[in-house]
Design a protein around this ligand. Structure first.
Ligand SMILES: [Zn+2]
Length: 247
């Protein structure tokens, strides 16, 4: 048997097992040229080198697919590979990271948009006007038409608007986090369901294979019984012992 050396690793192998560069896939040739630019692609490569470059081809294909994923999908994939949980209580983390000013703004916005605020504020307004119009009728600190009250009200409105907007922005941010979380959970569920489908298919295939083997065995046994009953003097050899099928 003639022996030749591999043009990549220079190991000597059977000439028949060398893979000729003309028969290699373009992607494998490209990978070899990336690693060994001086390689002339004139002589064949050994099965070991071929296997290595085939593996590299699949890894590069998988890496290319992985690069196509978005950041969220990357996060889900890494959580799946670590067998981690995707679902978490988003609003607790979010609220823990809030500053004191943000918490105060939220409380002010919550109180400003409630019936108690309207009641208390209405009572203060009526009280202010009553004190200035009747109680301190002689020397009111804010006589009719209550210019100081107007100033206080416009200041309050000017301050309340940004506080409410801050609170709304934060609510929108929280909603975005929730939406992202929902997407991650759905994606993970989809991947897991697909995985389960694959497992079910593989189990079903295995079962069919086993059933087929059992049926074959039954036919063998029946044939043996038939042969025995038709001619008891012949004593046919018993069928070979049952060997479970291998997948
Ligand atoms: Zn080689």
């Amino acid at each position: 048997m003639p022996k030749l050396s591999c043009s990549l690793c220079t190991d000597t192998v059977d000439a028949r097992t060398l893979a000729s560069p003309q028969k290699l896939e373009n992607r494998i040739l490209d990978l070899i040229r990336e690693d060994r630019p001086e390689w002339a692609a004139k002589r064949g490569i050994c099965p070991n080198c071929l296997e290595q470059y085939r593996a590299k081809k699949f890894v590069s294909y998988l890496e290319a697919e992985y690069r196509k994923l978005s950041d969220i999908e990357h996060a889900v994939v890494s959580k799946i590979t670590r067998r981690g949980r995707v679902s978490k209580v988003v609003h607790q983390d979010f609220e823990a990271s809030m500053t004191l000013g943000q918490q105060v703004a939220d409380r002010v916005a919550r109180f400003g948009g409630s019936w108690p605020f309207i009641g208390i504020f209405g009572a203060i307004l009526v009280g202010w006007m009553a004190i200035n119009a009747w109680v301190l009728a002689e020397r009111p600190f804010d006589p009719y038409p209550f210019i100081l009250l107007n100033l206080v009200l416009s200041t309050l409105a000017a301050l309340q608007a940004p506080v409410i907007m801050m609170s709304q922005n934060r609510q929108a941010q929280k909603d975005r986090l929730h939406a992202q979380q929902d997407y991650e959970v759905n994606l993970m569920a989809e991947i897991e369901i697909r995985d389960l489908h694959d497992k079910m298919d593989s189990l079903r295939f295995k079962q069919w294979h086993e059933l087929w083997h059992i049926q074959k065995r039954q036919i063998e046994l029946l044939e043996h019984l038939c042969a025995q009953t038709t001619d008891p003097s012949r004593r046919p050899p018993p069928p070979a012992p049952y060997v479970p099928p291998e997948i």
